[in-house]
Design a binder for this molecule. Structure first.
Ligand code: UD1
Length: 391
């Protein structure tokens, strides 16, 4: 029943008893609705997807608290967020595997209504070499947060899952009901385990609600070029490698395989603009805080469009008018041939849709790469002038 029809009902039923009941219901209506200043905890909020989501959350009117251990990010990201939004969110350098520190942080910042949990390790290859690090970081962090939620009266959690849980789907585009396949890496396995942990926890404690977002391949940067992807060392992911090669930081891009069963022989993925992906979190948050989530909901967050490695490489070169030296090499172990999302369920339930064009997305990546290069130059100049002045 709408709020308006409730007020109408209130006018015709003058009986005190009914009014008391209605008042109680109105209070409940307000309690389960979102309001502009709801406080949200974002773990890993200085990371790639986290920082873009924090910007969108602030612009949507939420109050943000961030914890991030800077293991794959940089404190400068906080300045970028502040420059874009004009707001400096609360931030502490905390590792989510540290239960005591997390408990202290939540006690200090009381009133947090929900959490978006990004903080996790995400390099597939590294997870094969250091499985225990991945299980500890990704699984223990989540357990800590889920344990702390009822203690601090946190109502909901949005969890960063991945399309990796589908493995190579038999039917494309893949829907949320596709069967999950045995993970090919400890990283992928942590995502499957974490999804199960959330489901079991919510089943045992219905006061907690959750949305699991299965990300496809996030790419791009904020249009301001003040935040973007900051890979540590040699990038594993395709787009940072393409951008660095175009900028001359890397000599040549290796295209892993052109003998796949796809139209041009290279792998196909669903590349989604990171700002679109960030906006999916706002939609998920509204749904959780609006009391619309019964228990756990799972959504594919993708565009619905599959692009091959060679197609995206070509788009990057054409739109930015740059050359990316590349060579075709053998397949990369563990790569899936092709996967792209059917995002219909997310479009409908979250009232969200990926909107950025591929052209704007690859343009934003190049703009961000040029911004990084400028920053590097500035650092070198400052270092040089300090050496000259002997300071
Ligand atoms: C994988 C996971 C994803 C995870 C991400 C984290 C799957 C399906 N996806 O993404 O869940 O979040 O890692 O890092 O398991 N490529 C090249 N040359 C390069 C780099 C990549 O040709 O130098 C190709 C890859 O072979 C692949 C495509 O580009 O076909 C995308 O690779 P990448 O960006 O690493 O992402 P995924 O492996 O799809």
């Amino acid at each position: 029943m709408s709020f308006f029809s409730y007020i109408c009902k209130l006018n015709v039923q003058k009986n005190d008893f009914i009014i008391m009941g209605v008042t109680k219901h109105i209070k409940k209506l307000f309690k389960s609705s979102t309001n502009a200043k709801d406080k949200i905890l974002v773990t890993g909020g200085l990371g790639y997807i986290g920082s873009h989501t924090v910007v969108e959350l602030i612009e949507a009117g939420y109050e943000i608290c961030i914890v991030d251990n800077l293991s794959n990010s940089n404190i400068d990201v906080l300045k970028g967020i502040e420059k874009i939004t004009g707001v400096k969110p609360i931030y502490e350098n905390i590792d989510c595997t540290d239960y005591v520190a997390m408990n202290k942080f939540l006690a200090k910042n009381e009133g947090i209504r929900a959490v978006i949990h990004f903080a996790a390790s995400k390099a597939v290859g590294e997870s094969v070499e250091k499985p225990l690090m991945y299980y500890r970081n990704n699984v223990v962090s989540l357990i800590n947060i889920l344990e702390l939620m009822p203690i601090h009266k946190i109502e909901g959690i949005v969890f960063s899952s991945s399309c990796t849980v589908y493995g190579q789907p038999e039917v494309l585009p893949v829907t949320e009901s596709a069967p999950l396949q045995k993970a090919l890496s400890p990283y992928g396995n942590t995502k499957q385990i974490c999804e199960d942990i959330v489901r079991d926890t919510v089943a045992a404690n219905p006061s907690v609600k959750s949305i699991l977002l299965r990300y496809f391949n996030p790419i791009g940067a904020h249009p301001s070029a003040l935040i973007g992807e900051l890979p540590n060392g040699v990038p594993n992911n395709l787009l940072p490698f393409i951008a660095q090669t175009a900028a001359g930081v890397r000599k040549k891009l290796k295209v892993f395989g052109n003998d796949y069963n796809t139209p041009d022989g290279s792998c196909i993925r669903d590349y989604i603009n990171v700002v679109d992906l960030a906006k999916a979190h706002i939609a998920a948050m509204r749904r959780i805080l609006g009391g619309e989530v019964e228990a756990v909901e799972t959504y594919n967050v993708g565009t619905g469009r599959g692009l091959s490695v060679l197609e995206i490489l070509n788009a990057f070169e054409t739109v930015n008018d740059v050359k990316v030296p590349h060579e075709i090499v053998g397949r990369r172990a563990g790569d899936i041939e092709q996967v792209w999302a059917d995002p219909t369920y997310a479009n409908k339930m979250l009232k969200w849709k990926a909107e950025e064009t591929l052209e704007d997305t690859v343009r934003s990546i190049w703009k961000w790469q040029l911004h990084l290069a400028e920053q590097e130059e500035d650092k070198e100049t400052t270092k040089g002038s300090k050496m000259l002045s002997g300071s």
